[in-house]
Design a binder for this molecule. Structure first.
Ligand SMILES: [Zn+2]
Length: 73
């Protein structure tokens, strides 16, 4: 995939991405917009602390998940 570059949240949507990648990003965006459920208390209060690290605002449960959404493919 060539050079790896660290980009901020805005940089992820730059024009350098191809159409395929753009579609992938749209999918990611869609997943980010839906509410995510805490695996412990099942409240929709998950918050992303860092890339891949999620925490529940209700029960403070912390876990490692996916980079841009908590659980799933
Ligand atoms: Zn919870």
């Amino acid at each position: 995939m060539g050079k790896t570059k660290k980009v901020g949240t805005a940089g992820r949507y730059g024009v350098r991405y191809g159409l395929k990648l753009r579609n992938k990003l749209l999918e990611v965006e869609r997943k980010q917009k839906i509410k995510h459920e805490c695996p412990k208390c099942h409240k929709l209060q998950l918050k992303r602390l860092a890339v891949g690290i999620w925490a529940c605002r209700k029960c403070n449960h912390q876990f490692a998940g996916r980079a841009y959404w908590p659980i799933g493919e």
